[in-house]
Design a protein around this ligand. Sequence first.
Ligand SMILES: Cc1cc2nc3c(=O)[nH]c(=O)nc-3n(C[C@H](O)[C@H](O)[C@H](O)COP(=O)(O)O)c2cc1C
Length: 196
Amino acid sequence: MSFACESLLKKIYPKHNVEIIDPLTLDLGEIFKPEFAYSRKQVPADLKQLADKIAEADGYVMVSPEYNHSMSPALAHLLNHFGSSLFSYKPSAIVTYSAGQWGGARAAVSMRTFLSELGCLPVSAMIHIPNAAKVFNDEGKAHSEEAQKEWDSYMNRTMAQLVWWAEGAKQQRENLDPNSLIEAFQRDPSQRNAPK
Ligand SMILES: Cc1cc2nc3c(=O)[nH]c(=O)nc-3n(C[C@H](O)[C@H](O)[C@H](O)COP(=O)(O)O)c2cc1C
């Protein structure tokens, strides 16, 4: 695909310089390999342990700083290691923070899409923390008892929604296994396609 773009640009805009930067030719640390790409006996211990935890959990609180109006690349990278089957049919809550005044609200919008695709649908209430470094100390405590009460009350709106959905979804998963209704896509991504 890169070569196709390169040759088109070179053909139509011959006066411009075009260069392909291939991340795989650079030393950026280890190459990404998701948990589900390993043969079952060779999954690295940390990935296996986390996959088991994700599978066991009934809900998720996804905490991210805002980086360039998007979610943390570190969090996206971590989540990209795991298939949606581990997260599906469970709710999530979005918590964002930033140095600026919007508390990561723009990152939160893109997190909704990301988490929905993983199958852990985010609850409607979200938590955004502006000026994060001034709001909580390193132990996660607000600067006064009064401020702590206000933050607890604000944050609990989201947590209460998460717990309600988590308990409800757990009951329903026990009542009816969703995988018995919906076939997993095991052959080809085209299995998702709408009929022609
Ligand atoms: C690469 C980069 C991009 C950032 N982009 C934003 C941004 O778009 N909006 C914002 O409010 N803050 C932005 N920040 C500030 C971070 O949200 C803020 O420093 C936050 O506390 C970082 O959290 P962390 O130390 O846990 O990574 C950015 C910081 C970095 C390093």
